[in-house]
Design a protein around this ligand. Structure first.
Ligand code: SF4
Length: 98
């Protein structure tokens, strides 16, 4: 039997609709040593962009499913994704956006 693979282009096709497309990635990825207020301000800006994004849910789900450890995806920080993963693991459920 031939395995059915989804074409990679379909799998990532949602990124064509990403509101952050073409934006400075430093808004979504923490620079080394970033702490406190600077981090909070950057994350608030990223969260506002994600909130208006048409593909926010699939973006968050992709990051959760792939175990993405870095960056702001689908309106979720690294810590928020980890908290969701832990909660789902405790309930023995697959990763998904909350
Ligand atoms: S949800 Fe946020 S990080 Fe994801 S594609 Fe949209 S703007 Fe980019």
């Amino acid at each position: 039997m031939i395995p059915r693979y989804r074409p990679l282009v379909d799998h990532w096709d949602w990124q064509r609709y990403a509101l952050c497309r073409g934006m400075d990635t430093s808004l979504f990825f923490s620079p080394a040593g970033e702490r406190g207020r600077a981090r909070q301000v950057r994350e608030e800006k990223a969260r506002a962009i994600c909130a208006a994004c048409a593909v926010r849910e699939v973006c968050a789900r992709t990051a959760l499913n792939s175990g993405e450890q870095y960056g702001f995806w689908g309106g979720l920080t690294e810590g928020e994704r980890e908290a969701i993963r832990l909660r789902l693991r405790r309930r023995n459920l697959p990763p998904r956006a909350a």
